[in-house]
Ligand binder design. Structure first.
Ligand SMILES: *Cc1c(COP(=O)(O)O)cnc(C)c1O
Length: 412
């Protein structure tokens, strides 16, 4: 048979209707535990789950208990692997659940975690304030630093022999700065001892359609599935993707933290995945239209948008090799400060004033006082998260309606 594209498989992959009364859609398996066919089956499942023996050819992990696995989660995990061409996926009840579980699984006291700046507020807090409590060393780098500068910083930290992971968010939120993932891979490999340090990428902003970090050499891809994957502002969820070996380890930690997604969350995401591509493509088209329509407006100073990166720059080089689209996020720098930004936000009529992104409805917010309020004021200044920055996540509405709304709020 022809090899089908992910969007063609999103309605069927990993689900066998004959096991569910012929239902075309997977039922919600709202069950905490599963009945074993025999005591021998139960024993065999546990041996597998605890890795007490090798799996037989073609043997799948039997269903035991919904903290370990559940059909809705398994189907979802199978489908999620398709976009990133990952061997395996693990789903969580939130993006933070996915990120913290992966960090806790792979880091140990004395290890060095190198991370890009700026990173999502929740991740920033966990990395900078919680991991050090467990004896983990933290070192941040900036988007404009070269490979050599980052390597020198790692050497100078005194912990280079314990480099365990490079954690990257690209594009950076909310500034849309790009980081070269192949460069991160090369830095990680340079410090490889017996094991290679891992490269982990938060792909929430551009995944799973427009950036595929595993192809650029990353080991782990992380998602807040609350954003594009869920896409309807009605569910909180997360995912971690990578090789079978690494995801088995992540799932081990998930079993003990107990932060796997529930069956209802899994089912909602299965529904969302069916329209993922059409939603994201429409959002990107709308964002390009909005950008063109407002970029020369006198109240707009500049717009950070992947479609506006100047050719000939290093940022453009990274864009060309790493991204398939300019995405649907606009960071608009207005003339004025907080007062003017708030006036603009308060006057929007169609676009909703709310944090989050990647949803069917357009969302606008003020990072300096909202999503990034917890970031150190010095860092906010350094990374350009100013009072005049408004972040816009473009939805699937009519593009002309969006332009009308933004223009009337700018006039106000
Ligand atoms: C929202 C978000 C997260 C956190 O995800 P939750 O689903 O809210 O836990 C992490 N990273 C990025 C880039 C995000 O936008």
């Amino acid at each position: 048979m022809k090899k089908m594209s992910p969007e063609s498989l999103m309605m069927s992959y990993g689900f066998k209707p004959e096991l569910s009364e012929g239902a075309i859609k997977p039922p919600i398996f709202q069950t905490s535990t599963f009945v074993f066919r025999s005591a021998e089956h139960g024993k065999a499942f546990f041996e597998q789950a605890y890795g007490l023996r090798e799996k037989d050819e073609g043997e799948e992990l039997g269903l035991i208990y919904s903290r370990l696995n559940n059909p809705d989660l398994e189907i979802l995990e199978n489908r999620l692997t398709l976009w990133d061409q990952a061997e395996e996926a693990a789903v969580f009840e939130s993006g933070m659940g996915a990120i913290t579980t992966a960090l806790l699984q792979f880091l140990a006291p004395g290890d060095l975690l190198v991370h890009s700046n700026p990173i999502y507020g929740g991740t920033d807090h966990f990395v900078k304030h919680m991991l050090p409590k467990f004896g983990i060393n933290i070192l941040g780098f900036d988007p404009d630093q070269s490979k050599e500068e980052i390597e020198e910083m790692i050497e100078a930290s005194g912990h280079s022999s314990r480099l365990k992971m490079i954690y990257v968010e690209t594009p950076a939120n909310p500034t849309n700065d790009l980081i070269d993932l192949e460069m991160c891979r090369a830095v990680a490999d340079k410090f490889a001892g017996e094991e290679k340090p891992l490269v982990a990428v938060d792909n929430t902003y551009m995944g799973p359609l427009w950036q595929h970090p595993l192809k650029q050499g990353a080991d782990l891809v992380l998602y807040s599935a609350t954003k594009y994957i869920g896409g309807h502002s009605d569910v909180i969820a997360g995912a971690c993707l990578g090789s079978k070996e690494l995801i088995t380890e992540v799932k081990g930690m998930r079993t003990f933290l107990g932060n796997m997604a529930g069956p209802w969350t899994g089912w909602l995401l299965l529904r969302s995945l069916e329209t993922l591509k059409v939603r994201m493509e429409q959002q990107a088209r709308n964002a390009a239209h909005v950008y063109e329509a407002i970029k020369d407006h006198p109240k707009v100073k500049t717009i950070h948008y992947l479609g506006a990166i100047k050719p000939g720059t290093r940022q453009h080089e990274i864009f060309e090799k790493q991204y398939k689209s300019a995405g649907a996020m606009l960071s608009i720098i207005l003339e004025g400060g907080e007062k003017e930004s708030f006036k603009f936000l308060n006057n929007l009529k169609l676009i909703k004033l709310a944090v989050s992104l990647g949803s069917t409805e357009s969302l606008a917010q003020h990072p300096a006082s909202m999503t990034h309020a917890g970031v150190d004021p010095e860092d906010r200044k350094k990374y350009g998260i100013s009072d005049s920055l408004v972040r816009l996540s473009v939805g699937v509405e009519n593009a002309e309606d969006l332009v009308w709304d933004i223009k009337q709020a700018l006039e106000a």
